[in-house]
Design a protein around this ligand. Structure first.
Ligand code: CA
Length: 236
């Protein structure tokens, strides 16, 4: 996972071939990361795996109705924004789509630039709604990003600035594996081509481990062979 400069990711769900293709091409050209689905089947898995920012959802699909899918989706927390794109232009259709959790509604045929403007509105809402947290809690560990303080079981742990950055880098990944390359970029602002960076990471990781995990039954900093490192707790 790359949480620096993450591109906006969009899933287009549209069974009309020419519209689906032109949406995918047009949005890709603007720098969005786009995948295109022609049916509902497989969509849920795709959403869980890709965690897109936004879904453009046609309602009349070959294997079901977009509204029903939307209803099932709106129960899940942290779901992507949904803009319904449909030929159904009755007011009841709009009301029911918005009532089922659509964030916006565009009637076909629509202007591509209007769609892009509406996508940007949704992305902006998401950014405003997800202001970065200032405290991170991972099992027994509390990390105060603003004060740069770390506590394990309420006990303050002294870290060097670099060790703190390293821990914060792992913590922000929320248990996901963070690669050496990501660590190099986030913590040292250089890439893995820099000679000696692997050694630098190892030295700091070992000091960090000693301060965070030494003498504790639960080792939170894990080495994932061939992949990188992860900060995890059994308490979660
Ligand atoms: Ca359709």
């Amino acid at each position: 996972m790359d949480y620096m400069n993450t591109p906006v990711s969009i899933i287009v769900v549209e069974d009309d071939q020419s519209l689906g293709r032109s949406l995918m091409d047009g949005l890709t050209e603007l720098g969005f990361h786009v995948t295109w689905h022609e049916r509902i089947q497989g969509l849920r898995t795709e959403i869980e795996q890709r965690r897109p920012n936004l879904i453009l959802l046609d309602l009349g699909l070959p294997d079901g109705d977009g509204i029903e899918f939307l209803e099932s989706l709106s129960m899940a927390s942290g779901r992507p924004a949904v803009i319904v794109i449909t030929a159904r232009d009755r007011i009841q259709d709009k009301v029911s789509a918005l009532g089922c959790g659509a964030d916006d509604y565009l009637v076909k045929p629509f202007n591509f630039l209007e769609l892009v403007a509406r996508i940007r509105v949704q992305v902006r809402h998401q950014e405003e709604g997800s202001a970065a947290p200032t405290d991170l809690e991972i099992g027994p560990l509390t990390i105060r990003l603003l004060n740069r303080e770390v506590m394990r079981d309420g006990e303050l742990i002294q870290l060097s600035p670099r060790e703190f950055d390293l821990l914060a880098c792992l913590a922000k990944a929320a248990g996901d594996v963070v690669s050496r390359d990501q660590i190099a970029r986030v913590v040292w602002n250089i890439n893995l081509n820099y000679a000696g960076i692997n050694n630098l990471i190892d030295v700091h990781m070992s000091k960090l481990r000693e301060k965070i995990d030494r003498g504790r039954a639960e080792k939170m900093i894990q080495t994932i062979r061939g992949a990188g490192f992860a900060l995890r707790s059994n308490d979660e």
